[in-house]
Design a protein around this ligand. Structure first.
Ligand code: PLP
Length: 394
């Protein structure tokens, strides 16, 4: 009996190794206790949200008996939240924005889906540098799109713009970048982004359907050593930025994000209206009422970044002393070291036996590497050193 589609059957069996590693981790935790396992598999921010979040929730509780306290609202979000966010993003992105240039979404994930629903025709291609957040392929596929992964520079995972241009076909509709990057921690420089924008401007000229540049930026707030995270909105008319409060306010379960369109785009009202409509018909309806109220109060605040910075140093020390090869992440909370053997699944088996959990690079379209999420306490990072060293020697 076929209870689900063949595609879903394939998706479910295709990710079997992810589940295996996850289940192995659960077994280890049961067997040895949570504290004996160093789990770097999940990018689930562990820092508490800024104090204002709790204060705002307490105030909201006082108002909960009012009619429509949690009622439906316009599909793009509360007008006051849209307006405040536009003002905030104008400073952050370095370009004048109004409330009409953006909409609130159910996280960055909801935002990407809403954008794809608005612009993709079945068979359209979405170019994306390797390695990449695995959900991108599913999100494109949800709307008939096809992800076309393109190699990056092997020495540091920076964009290879010539490779991106070579991958463009008449069906290319979107170039999707993510900086600071999950899983590599790379942050693209202003010069690289200008070069990319220039290439896209040249290629899009004369096309009836322009190629959008979609910048997924949930880690924008988290760059280290004073590294700048340049904005794409002033660089290209068809630039669209996706943001989120999952990481900077540690609110991933509350599902609030946004999509903002470059004000250089003439006729952008059409694109925004299409995304607002998509927000409705995909069943998101609107971003959560509570989350929007929280972000209105917390706008401009963030979790204590210095904790992530210390963990990054600690993790770099652990990996260096244990003998691993890696590029120091410039942003986000991930390391993407080279696997000491070509088959990273075989290596991760040994690492798991040392009770250290990581995600294989093939989960991000790049076998031969593995990802470590350092949103865990520094003691866990330090404790993992012996396991890393032993797995390498084995
Ligand atoms: N994009 C990237 C690169 C991510 O790493 C994540 C979450 O980890 C998301 C999007 C989804 O974020 P959100 O929780 O805002 O939907």
């Amino acid at each position: 009996m076929k209870l689900v589609t063949e595609q879903m059957e394939q998706f479910l069996s295709g990710g079997a190794w992810i589940r295996r590693i996850f289940e192995q981790g659960l077994e280890l935790k049961q067997q040895y206790g949570e504290d004996a396992v160093c789990d770097f598999s999940l990018g689930n921010p562990d820092l508490p949200p800024p104090a204002v979040v709790g204060e705002c929730l307490a105030e909201m509780a006082q108002q909960a008996d009012k009619p429509f306290a949690f009622g439906y609202m316009p599909n793009p979000g509360y007008p006051a939240v849209r307006a405040a966010l536009a003002e905030h993003l104008a400073k952050e992105q370095g370009i004048a924005l109004t409330a009409n240039d953006l909409l609130l979404t159910c996280g960055a994930a909801g935002g990407i889906n809403v954008f794809f629903r608005a612009v993709l025709t079945p068979g359209d291609e979405v170019i994306c540098p390797i390695p990449y957040f695995v959900e991108y392929g599913f999100y494109a596929g949800n709307h008939g799109g096809v992800l076309k992964p393109v190699p990056t520079r092997p020495e540091n995972f920076d964009l290879d713009i010539a490779a991106m241009e070579a991958a463009i076909t008449p069906r290319t509709r979107v170039v999707l970048i993510n900086s600071p990057n999950n899983p590599t921690g790379q942050v693209y420089s202003a010069e690289t982004l200008r070069e990319l924008a220039a290439m896209l401007t040249r290629v899009s000229a004369g096309r009836e359907r322009p190629i959008y540049l979609l910048a997924d930026e949930p880690y924008r707030f988290l760059a280290y050593d004073g590294v700048d995270v340049p904005s794409v909105l002033p660089l290209y008319s068809y630039a669209v930025v996706i943001g989120s409060f999952s990481k900077n306010l540690s609110l991933p379960g509350e599902r609030v994000g946004y999509v903002v369109v470059s004000p250089l785009l003439d006729g952008r009202e059409k694109l925004v209206s299409a995304m607002v409509f998509a927000n409705r018909i995909l069943g998101f309806v609107n971003a959560p009422a509570v989350g929007q109220s929280l972000l209105l109060r917390a706008l401009g605040q963030e979790v204590d970044r210095s904790i992530y910075a210390r963990r990054r140093e600690a993790m770099a020390g652990v990996l260096t002393r244990a003998g691993y090869e890696f590029v120091m992440p410039r942003g986000a909370f991930y390391f993407f070291p080279k696997s000491p053997e070509a088959d990273e699944l075989a290596f991760l088996k040994r690492l798991t036996a040392e009770r250290v959990l990581a995600v294989p690079g093939r989960g991000f379209g790049l076998p031969g590497y593995f990802r470590l999420a350092f949103c865990v306490d520094e003691t866990v990072i330090n404790r993992s050193e012996a396991g890393f060293a032993k797995a390498l020697r084995a």
